[in-house]
Design a protein around this ligand. Structure first.
Ligand SMILES: CC(C)(COP(=O)(O)OP(=O)(O)OC[C@H]1O[C@@H](n2cnc3c(N)ncnc32)[C@H](O)[C@@H]1OP(=O)(O)O)[C@@H](O)C(=O)NCCC(=O)NCCS
Length: 191
């Protein structure tokens, strides 16, 4: 049985970050950097105003984890527990068996290894904390930084999908899918 983020003991600590679940008031705190073009270039949801951003943030709170440095939020991510695909008669057993993880960092701290550190913590959270059996992440193929983060935390490239995704520039871009099984993650942790 998988757990919810609210079931875990918080805050968590990585080498350089304090992690805790997102709160409604965090929306305004991250807005000054979340709204920057280099961030919104790759985010699924474009929020044109703080009010729209706050509404989207509120809807995303169940899966939201933030990373803080010196009390400031520099990372925002998700660990979204989902039902695995199954044949219809197996749905109950497939429910909550996988999680999608994702990350966005304040550009002021890019290039210091924090994206990798934060993403690795989300992977650990999904597997060791929530108990899912498979973790997935996806990105536009042109998002080289995010692809590198996925590789560095040990996710396996499982597919590149030709012009699968429509970017807000109007271009159809290749999408990439990465994943790891909990069993593989545990096996690696033993070595
Ligand atoms: C993706 C993101 C989280 C990476 O954060 P970061 O803190 O800069 O990442 P790290 O410092 O841990 O670097 C990770 C790797 O990516 C590489 N990298 C960073 N930017 C890159 C770029 N523009 N092109 C190619 N590689 C890049 C780094 O060199 C590093 O690899 P290395 O150790 O082999 O040199 C950050 O760029 C970001 O928030 N981008 C905007 C939002 C976004 O794209 N989110 C993901 C949506 S799928």
């Amino acid at each position: 049985m998988t757990r919810a983020l609210s079931d875990l003991d918080w805050p968590l600590r990585t080498d350089h970050l304090d992690l805790r679940p997102g709160r409604p008031e965090d929306a305004a705190a991250v807005w000054p950097w979340y709204r920057l073009p280099e961030v919104q270039e790759w985010t699924t949801t474009l929020s044109p105003t703080l009010e729209a951003h706050e509404q989207w943030w509120e809807r995303s709170l169940d899966s939201c984890v933030v990373g803080l440095q010196d009390g400031e939020i520099v990372a925002s991510g998700k660990v979204d527990v989902q039902d695995a695909w199954s044949q219809a008669d197996m749905r109950d057993q497939a429910a909550g068996q996988q999680a999608e993880i994702g990350w966005v960092l304040d550009p002021a701290v890019h290039g210091r290894g924090l994206g990798t550190e934060f993403a690795a913590a989300l992977l650990d959270l999904a597997i060791d904390g929530l108990g899912v059996r498979r973790v997935e992440a996806g990105c536009f193929a042109e998002n080289l930084a995010s692809r590198r983060v996925m590789e560095k935390i040990g996710l396996r490239h499982e597919g590149t999908f030709r012009e699968e995704s429509l970017h807000r520039s109007g271009r159809w871009l290749d999408g990439m899918s990465y994943a790891l099984l909990a069993s593989e993650h545990r096996e690696r942790s033993r070595h």
